[in-house]
Design a protein around this ligand. Structure first.
Ligand code: FPP
Length: 244
């Protein structure tokens, strides 16, 4: 039996290269990448994963040519419009993290509609990191805390690991046990920096559009075989026991 991560987070990288290798425009890679995302989301829900975060659009992605940003936004909207009913059927609850203030209104409406429609689903939680940057997320927590200290609502001595975690956008989700990045790159790229303190990492050399359910199984088997000690001498099993 394999031990699933409670939270898998994926950096879906390599759409552009995949398209370029085929002499096609980058958009072609994003279209195929969206289809692969759909397959992986369904597979994760089917095997009983509890939390899946997908890095769908980073803060830095806003700096890409406007035409590419438009295509990515259009694909996202189309995905939400087409797939929300399937998410409900698969009992998947949809949520997002990231800086909403930068997103266009029609995208915000589509995100809110999918979130509202799937709110009562009790199966896997699917989180899209959109317009997301971890340093920006941490900066906004620091600003919020500074305001609370200024107004006398919070004492600086009460700031702790727990109070910081509680103010991050990820506060209702366990930290990712496993972070997967495709395309052979071995970077975090401003993704879940605080939350990744004890994450395991897996790097696939496959480009995201060619990543398959079978590749996911191999990644999960690899994770399952790792001995996680959380900086201590304990094995994963004894960590879990002591957590109860
Ligand atoms: C990286 O490929 C991928 C992205 C910038 C965005 C990820 C988006 C998708 C997979 C499509 C949208 C997803 C959903 C779920 C609607 P890249 O363009 O950086 O590839 P490259 O490094 O080869 O250039």
């Amino acid at each position: 039996m394999i031990h699933l991560p409670a939270h898998l987070a994926i950096i879906m990288d390599g759409n552009g290269r995949w398209a370029q290798q085929r002499g096609k425009p980058r958009a072609h890679g994003h279209i195929k990448g969206t289809r692969v995302a759909k397959t992986i989301i369904q597979e994760c829900a089917r095997i009983g994963l509890q939390n899946l975060t997908l890095y769908a659009f980073s803060t830095e992605n806003w700096l890409r040519p406007k035409s590419e940003v438009t295509i990515l936004m259009r694909l996202l909207k189309k995905y939400l419009e087409k797939e929300t009913q399937n998410l409900i059927q698969e009992n998947i609850r949809f949520e997002t993290i990231g800086d909403r203030s930068l997103l266009p209104l029609d995208i915000l409406e589509a995100l809110d509609a999918s979130q509202a429609a799937t709110q009562k689903c009790t199966g896997m939680k699917l989180i899209f990191a959109l317009s997301y940057g971890s340093r920006q997320e941490i900066t906004s927590v620091v600003q919020k805390m500074a305001r609370l200290v200024e107004s006398g609502t919070l004492k600086s001595k009460d700031i702790s690991l727990e109070t910081i975690s509680a103010m991050l956008q990820t506060n209702k989700t366990p930290d990712p046990d496993l972070i997967l990045r495709t395309s052979g790159e071995k970077r975090l790229s401003n993704f879940l920096l605080w939350q990744a303190a004890y994450s395991e990492f897996c790097f696939s050399t496959k480009l995201w559009p060619e990543f398959t359910k079978e590749d996911l199984t191999l990644v999960l088997q690899d994770f399952s075989s790792r001995d996680r000690r959380f900086g201590q001498l304990k094995t994963m099993e004894s960590h879990e026991q002591s957590a109860h």
